[in-house]
Design a protein around this ligand. Structure first.
Ligand code: URP
Ligand code: ZN
Ligand code: ZN
Length: 455
């Protein structure tokens, strides 16, 4: 054996039990009590939890956006992921007019082959159908393991918005191919209307970022997406859900049997729109913005009740000087915040404090994302799966600070957040890549995850 992890409490989405795990050639080959076999490396996990690595299915690494490029490269972003117990990331390359899916993702892959510290996959954002060529190409993309595509219903001025006709075409084509369309749902025209009004009135502080995109701006688009999913009978995945009204529409659709999946992010579970009243409010500017207490409460209720399918980060950090571009005009702040290294510790802390169970934390951060997005070797501690394993100390106290993260950004919205319990080690397909505060892997360890249609 290459690795034997002994006496830990193994957590799956369904149950927790004390067991040993044996790993050979990057795969889990045995799980049982008191396994007696020779191994090159034996790890005593007594008193620790042994968890499947998380899949952060929403990242924007090295993304040109907001007049700059997001602050984490593929190397620093995936290094931070490894140090937070994330063993697979899904990035969102943005296709522009004239670009092909495979051309774009191929370029990103070339960089990731050298830089990735964890495994990776792509959801490709489609902004232009290239006279139908993209709909054709989707089949080849699916055959090459890219089984999900994204539509932004916003970012009209940035040239990234998908109109309803394009969204519908993409949803129908994805359904045909057993693929999925992911949607960022906010209403762009309402946002433009609000921005014009606030700027003309001199209302330019970070608070007006929230006021320009309040609950009903997201809810309208969430409802539109659910409407399409129902009437086209096509699956859809709504990213970064933040508002109660939209969430309620998703829950109704789920209860009626429609294939509507929903993701939320730690920032919507932790912060309300009050952060935009702070002096450093611009650092919290992301889209959609954090919402009111009622929305936060609804997200937690839905998370506990099993209606939220996944929690992912929307990791898209920018440096302080870039956030400062919008000191006097919130519309000039590049949208996005950090989170890749905080996802699993945050959700596991919620489990440690009894808000959710550890099984549920594993389900939304690992098992469900793997299932929904067709990563058949990921998402669970089971024989035959990749040995993507996190050893977690439920008693370790940790205070998040930019100084103890492994990214390239210079500030974090999570500064000062205390969590009880923290990952001690991360194994990527059996290789130790994070050990007690240190990244110990080698960039390039990460491999492309060839996905298969989930259905
Ligand atoms: O503010 C955000 N979320 N920036 C990244 C792009 C997006 O909308 O997901
Ligand atoms: Zn988005
Ligand atoms: Zn995003």
């Amino acid at each position: 054996m290459d690795l034997l992890i002994k006496n830990g409490k193994v957590v799956t989405a369904k149950e927790s039990f004390i067991a040993d795990i044996a790993v050979k050639d990057g795969k889990i080959v045995a799980i049982g009590s008191e396994l007696s076999m020779d191994a090159d490396k034996i790890v005593d996990a007594t008193g620790k939890l042994v968890l499947p690595g998380a899949l952060d299915v929403h990242t924007h690494l090295a993304m040109p956006f907001g007049g700059t490029v997001s602050a984490d490269s593929y190397l620093s972003g995936t290094r931070a992921a490894a140090c937070g117990g994330v063993t697979t990331i899904f990035d969102y390359p943005v296709q522009r007019k004239g670009q092909t899916i495979l051309g774009l993702c191929g370029e990103k892959k070339e960089v990731l082959e050298k830089e990735a510290c964890v495994d990776y996959a792509f959801h490709c954002c489609i902004t232009d159908l290239n006279e139908g060529q993209i709909l054709e190409e989707m089949e080849e993309a699916v055959n090459k393991g890219i089984t999900s595509f994204k539509c932004f219903l916003v970012y009209k001025k940035e040239g990234m918005m998908t109109d309803d006709g394009t969204l519908a075409r993409l949803m129908l084509r994805a359904k045909e191919l057993g693929a999925m369309v992911n949607v960022h749902a906010e209403n762009p025209d309402l946002i433009d209307l609000n921005n014009e009004k606030f700027l003309s009135e001199g209302k330019t502080s970070a608070w007006y970022h929230y006021m320009s995109r309040p609950e009903f701006v997201a809810a309208e688009a969430d409802k539109r997406v659910v409407h399409w999913a129902k009437n086209l009978d096509a699956p859809v995945y709504i990213v970064h859900m933040s508002d109660k009204e939209g969430l309620e529409e998703v829950i109704k659709a789920k209860e009626a049997g429609y294939e509507v999946y929903v993701e939320t992010c730690p920032q919507y579970l932790e912060f309300t729109c009050d952060v935009y009243k702070r002096e450093d409010g611009r650092n919290f500017i992301c889209s959609p913005p954090m919402k009111g207490q009622e929305s936060m409460d609804a997200l937690w209720t839905a998370l506990k009740a099993g209606y939220i399918d996944t929690v992912a980060t929307d990791h898209c950090p920018f440096q302080s000087y870039e956030k400062d571009w919008g000191k006097d005009d919130y519309t000039k702040v590049p949208n996005g915040c950090a989170g890749i290294e905080n996802l699993y510790p945050y959700m596991l802390d919620a489990a440690n404090s009894g808000k959710i169970t550890f099984e549920r934390a594993v389900e939304v951060c690992s098992t469900n994302p793997a299932k929904i997005f067709g990563c058949s070797n990921k998402g669970s501690l089971a024989i035959g799966k990749d040995a993507d394993i996190v050893i977690y100390d439920p008693e370790k106290d940790f205070t998040i600070s930019v100084n103890n993260m492994h990214s390239d950004y210079d500030h974090t919205i999570w500064e000062g957040k205390k969590v009880h319990g923290y990952p001690l080690q991360t194994y990527l397909r059996g290789k130790l890549v994070y050990d007690n505060g240190e990244y110990v892997g080698t960039p390039g360890d990460g491999k492309y995850v060839h996905r298969v249609p989930a259905k």
